[in-house]
Design a protein around this ligand. Structure first.
Ligand code: T3D
Length: 261
């Protein structure tokens, strides 16, 4: 009997959907899932047919964090494990030259919460929730939660969410800036695909540079950001997408940013 793939891969209309596929454990992450997801993100980055990537979960969960059944007897320290699995995943996702949508279909807990927050665009189903669950098992938030969360909600609210491990529902998540949009459960997959297709019609090269600029700006001075913008604008302004955008404006039509081949 062939084992179920831990990551399902589907491509439709230039959108690559990567689905965490351990639904019976709410997509809790084992090493195979983490390494395969990282590899699939890298493949999507290299594939010219892919313009947007969606990361979502199968079943009723998004990702319940580390599979706790896999920790004891492990042949690695926590540090080694994080460096070998979660850190490369989050680094790859944030550094991807294409927009990544985290489509949070259900509960996102622990490192699963970090993954949910790491998307460029975070779309939630109404019944989704996020729990910085680490302190329930007396661990420190990891996989980027200590970096993402205080930037979104401030250091005090971040500490409270981490210390009390309270479940944040979709309404509060949107209010707190943890997600961009919330869609009804029944239509979630279709709404996410439609959103991704809108994003895929935007200028891919310019968006890639925009992501690069924002990532760098988060840890730079204003002076550094201004200088980087000046350099990246040269790359954007020399690209055919810019020429097409200006021509379309003058011709009073919608720009066509998707070219075959
Ligand atoms: O390198 C390192 O290892 C350090 C890295 C750490 C990163 C982390 O993510 S640490 C945090 C690990 N995650 C957790 O502690 C979450 C544990 N799960 C929960 O607290 C709850 O399951 C949820 C709040 C996420 C959801 O609760 P609920 O009531 O909706 O579902 P449930 O009934 O608890 O779970 C459903 C099934 O999934 C259940 O299996 P069963 O009893 O039906 O056979 C449950 O055991 C399983 N499951 C859920 N989370 C995990 C899990 N199995 C293994 N590992 C999990 N993390």
């Amino acid at each position: 009997m062939t084992a179920e793939p831990v990551i399902l891969v589907e491509t439709r209309a230039g959108i690559r959907t990567l689905t965490l596929n351990r639904p019976e454990r709410l997509n809790a992450a084992n090493d195979a899932l983490l390494l395969t997801l990282t590899e699939e993100l890298q493949k999507a980055d290299m594939d010219p047919a892919v313009r947007v990537v969606i990361v979502t979960g199968a079943g009723r969960g998004f990702c319940a964090g580390q599979d706790l059944g896999d920790v004891s007897g492990r042949d690695m320290t926590f540090t080694e494990h994080l460096r070998a699995t979660y850190n490369p995943l989050i680094r790859t996702l944030r550094g991807l030259g294409k927009p990544v949508i985290t489509a949070v279909n259900g509960v996102a807990a622990g490192a699963g919460a970090s993954l949910a927050l790491a998307g460029d665009i975070r779309l939630w189903a109404q019944s989704a929730s996020l729990i910085e669950v680490f302190s329930n098992i007396a661990l420190v938030p990891d996989s980027g939660s200590t970096w993402f969360l205080p930037r979104l909600v401030g250091i005090h609210r971040a500490f409270e969410l981490m210390a009390l491990a309270e479940r944040v529902g979709s309404e509060d998540a949107q209010r707190l800036g943890l997600c961009e949009h919330v869609f009804p459960d029944e239509t979630f997959a279709d709404e996410v695909q439609a959103y991704a297709e809108r994003l895929a019609a935007r200028p891919a090269h310019a968006l890639s540079l925009t992501k690069q600029a924002l990532n760098a700006a988060l840890t730079s001075t204003l002076e550094g950001a201004l200088e980087r913008e000046a350099e990246l604008q040269q790359l954007a302004g020399s690209h055919w997408e810019h020429e097409e955008g200006v021509r379309a404006f003058k011709e009073k039509r919608a720009p066509e940013f998707v070219r075959e081949g």
